[in-house]
Design a protein around this ligand. Structure first.
Ligand code: SAM
Ligand code: DTB
Ligand code: SF4
Length: 328
């Protein structure tokens, strides 16, 4: 890795873990400076994309993800619901658009998408898209045929996170494999749909796991077009929520390092500062933006957990001189 001034304009897919670990080890100011330099080579650093989430099918999920409020394996007290009717999704999408969001992400607590749900989802996606919103969905595992149908309906992005390193993965979830996650991502890429793929930090993983997780993302056949970095929101009665109460999560500095390294490795991706902002100070969020995060979720709720109030986000962006990105 060059030790001189940052010249990371090229997009690489051959990053090694040693190089990535060396980025993490840089003095903090140098790392953030390099990430900020890469950021402004590809984006206007004063623009932030505003996305909004909606849980279109909540709870009762068959997977055992150790961080998730929606897994049927954990007694989190969350009430399970059926797939939301299209008109309710549309009113939420309109409200999101009118509140300034340019992107709308629909999340369902499913292990995998069932063909019987594809027609309703296709209608939902087409109508959300017709509102002028960029569309994203996260519905669990999907097949190439399902990916094709969703793309034809107007789906711009499919979210499917690797969540952590292959090495730590089995400490997070055991009901599906890392390879199954990669297969769904491949199905999405194959039909020419954009991928949204990232993960969570603060789940008890090591620095080495964070290096390995970002190595996976940076060496995919195509970098994720959208790369969400979530800070674990500890949910009571989930295994990882309880673990983090004992162990604590990552330090704010380590969180910013993770964002900065993600930006350097995937220069053209939208790096999304996702879950966990409600617990972050304005200063920490500002450092994340400096380190190359250029998208946030707005609205009072993520899927099932709280997000900063819309007014406080508007104040934050205004005080930092950041502008909402125009719809693409
Ligand atoms: N069921 C689908 C799946 O897992 O692919 C989609 C919904 S799932 C809730 C979307 C992502 O949200 C997860 O992959 C995870 O990265 C993130 N997430 C869920 N619960 C979280 C928590 N408590 N803290 C931080 N991120 C979380
Ligand atoms: C992503 O990586 N983070 C978002 C979006 N993709 C779907 C979801 C965050 C969920 C946080 C926990 C909750 O609200 O249930
Ligand atoms: Fe289900 Fe997704 Fe939650 Fe895992 S993260 S339990 S797949 S909703």
């Amino acid at each position: 890795m060059p030790d001189t001034a940052p010249t990371f304009a090229t997009v690489r897919h051959d990053w090694t873990k040693t190089e990535i670990a060396a980025l993490f080890d840089l003095p903090f100011m140098e790392l953030v400076y390099r990430a900020a330099t890469v950021h402004r080579q590809h984006f206007d650093p004063s623009e932030i994309q505003l996305s909004q989430l909606l849980s279109i099918k909540t709870g009762g999920c068959a997977e055992n993800c150790g961080y998730c409020s929606q897994s049927a394996h954990h007694d989190t007290g969350l009430k399970a619901s059926k797939l939301m009717p299209v008109d309710e999704v549309l009113s939420a999408a309109k409200a999101a658009r009118d509140g300034g969001a340019q992107r709308f992400c629909m999340g369902a607590a499913w292990r995998d998408l069932k063909d019987r749900d594809v027609p309703a989802l296709s209608q939902m996606i087409a109508e959300v898209k017709a509102l002028g919103l960029e569309t994203c969905a996260t519905l669990g595992m999907i097949t190439p045929d399902q990916a094709k149908a969703l793309k034809e309906a107007g789906l711009d992005y499919y979210n499917h996170n690797l969540d952590t390193s292959p090495e730590y993965y089995e400490s997070v979830v055991t009901t599906r494999t890392y390879q199954e996650r990669l297969d769904t991502l491949e199905a999405v890429r194959e039909v020419g749909m954009k991928t949204c793929c990232g993960g969570i930090v603060g789940m008890g993983e090591t620095r080495e796991d964070r290096v390995s997780f970002l190595h996976q993302l940076a060496t995919l056949p195509a970098h994720p077009d959208s790369l969400p970095i979530n800070n674990l929101v500890p949910v009571s009665n989930t295994p990882l929520g309880e673990l983090s109460k004992i162990k604590g999560g990552v330090t704010p500095v380590e969180f910013v390092r993770t964002v900065a390294v993600a930006r350097i490795l995937c220069p053209k991706s939208m790096v999304r500062l996702s879950a966990g902002r409600n617990e972050m100070s304005e200063e920490l969020q500002a450092l994340c933006f400096l380190a190359g995060a250029n998208s946030i979720f707005v609205g009072n709720q993520l899927l099932t957990t709280p997000n900063p109030e819309r007014g406080s986000d508007a104040f934050l962006l205004q005080s930092l001189g950041l502008r909402p990105m125009a719809a693409s």
